[in-house]
Design a protein around this ligand. Structure first.
Ligand code: TYD
Ligand code: MG
Length: 451
């Protein structure tokens, strides 16, 4: 057989390339494309073992996969109700965001609920993990610790111990002697993840892999193993903010897009059971440029504050700075305001920010974004007890969004008494909430800003 061509892989997004390039076409990262060493294929023979089993013959028909809860509700919800036996989970995040802290706390919580857990650190010595556990008040947790990076040894240990849950912190430090490249390279990370995922399925051991999101090209990021695991969670947060959000981006055993909210404190991560109150707690007096968006994150309504600042620009091309929202979405909304409502933003710098380090990706936030922009531009404050939601179409029409009632109920719980929503929103009347339904952006501008 001819030797297969070398393949090149982007360490940031995992895209395959047929030749080396200075910049990845797929994600735009520079210096991230590296050559991947081919896996040693081993002898190829026609196997006779493949066997199909009728779905109905599987013993557990009708019963959902067994799940173990940690008792940390914010984590269990993101996992889809708890940890599924034999599942492989990837937890990605920037270095220093708190992944090790979260997982040590989670491991201790699972252990408390009777699971046999092993925490293997490839980055810290057992004494260091122990010190962290002490600091987190978990010194007496029934968790086995290991400090090892040789995957062969780790698999042997796991096979002998047969835990219910194994944490591998981090996948980038693990290496296999059959792969001819340095730990952290695309081939090592992929091979190590493959071994661990296969082991998880075969032995019914749940495995959690920690992956650092990397900026430099030599270390493969978690994206390169996303496709191998059952569940992908990202732990995110803005530097300088103490909120951390655990977000499910893929989950074979539960809803994706679910979030869990935590707060980094002096002694570890604390769960935030009412994130709306948290994200709104920093709100100052009602000021122009601020609008409260009633959003849905996963299965839960969450209120967030959208802030805008509009100022005359000294630059030929005015600045558009966005934190916590998609920049393309801002451009679209500005274009719709200009084309459909004759409200230009040319010559004006626009800054847009979601308060508290939250990230909003729902199109339903459009109306709140437009409201914040208009409020900043016209210097008119939006009533402090008002929430907004609705998707803006290119024609300027407001499109109804899902779960109107849940959004309004959450807003009422937090003391809001007015809401603006698109016309035709599916809704049963809610006592105590003055709801204004608007067909399009022009009607909204006319009513709110008298233009
Ligand atoms: P860590 O879990 O080591 O991050 P990761 O594994 O994602 O690289 O968290 C490191 C940060 O968390 C560090 O900046 C200090 C902070 N921290 C606290 O604020 N309180 C704590 O109790 C702990 C253990 C860490
Ligand atoms: Mg760590």
């Amino acid at each position: 057989m001819a030797r297969s061509n070398p393949t090149f892989t982007c360490t940031a997004c995992g895209a395959a390339h047929s030749k080396w390039a200075g910049r990845c076409d797929s994600c735009g990262a520079w210096n991230s494309v590296v050559e991947e060493a081919p896996l040693s294929a081993g002898p190829k023979a026609l196997g006779g073992k493949g066997r199909a089993i009728p779905l109905t013959d599987l013993a557990t028909t009708g019963t959902p996969p067994p799940r173990a809860a940690s008792g940390m509700d914010e984590l269990d919800r993101v996992l889809g109700g708890g940890l599924v036996k034999g599942s492989a989970i990837l937890v990605g995040g920037d270095p220093g965001i708190g992944k090790s802290t979260l997982l040590l706390q989670a491991t201790a919580a699972f252990a408390r609920n009777g699971l046999k857990c092993i925490y293997i650190s490839g980055e810290e010595a057992t004494a260091q993990v122990q010190m962290r556990a002490q600091r987190l008040g978990l010194a007496d947790a029934q968790v086995a610790l290991g400090a090892e990076t040789n995957l062969r040894d780790i698999l042997t240990t796991l096979d002998a111990e047969r835990p219910d849950l194994a944490i591998i912190d981090s996948i980038q430090t693990m290496w296999l002697d059959t792969v001819d490249s340095a730990p952290g390279s695309v081939s090592q990370v992929r091979a190590a993840a493959h071994e661990l995922v296969t082991f998880a399925k075969k032995r019914g051991v749940a495995v959690i892999l920690v992956g650092h999101v990397t900026k430099e090209g030599q270390i493969a990021g978690p994206r390169v193993v996303e496709h191998m695991v059952d569940t992908v969670l990202y732990f995110e947060g803005e530097r300088g903010h103490h909120f951390r959000i655990l977000r499910a981006v893929k989950n074979r055993f539960g809803p994706a897009a679910e979030i869990g909210v935590f707060e980094m404190t002096g002694d570890g991560l604390a769960q935030v059971t009412n994130p709306s109150a948290l994200f709104l707690s920093d709100r100052d007096r009602p000021a122009p440029g601020s609008a409260v968006f009633a959003g849905i994150e996963g299965t839960r309504p969450v209120l967030t504050e959208i802030q805008a600042l509009v100022a005359p620009s000294p630059l030929g091309t005015p600045r558009r700075t966005v934190v916590g929202l998609d920049g393309g979405r801002l451009s679209t909304i500005l274009a719709v305001l200009e084309a459909r409502c004759a409200i230009p933003f040319a010559g004006l710098d626009v800054y847009l920010n979601v308060a508290g380090g939250m990230r909003v990706s729902e199109p339903a936030a459009d109306l709140a974004v437009a409201a914040a922009l208009l409020s900043a531009r016209e210097d008119v404050a939006i009533p402090p007890d008002m929430v907004l939601f609705g998707e803006i179409s290119l024609s300027g029409a407001l499109r109804p969004v899902a779960q109107t009632e849940n959004r309004l109920k959450e807003a009422m719980k937090l003391g809001f008494s007015q809401a603006v929503a698109p016309s035709r929103s599916k809704l049963a009347g809610l006592e105590g909430m003055a709801l204004r339904q608007m067909p399009d952006l022009t009607a909204f501008v006319g009513e709110m800003f008298g233009a």
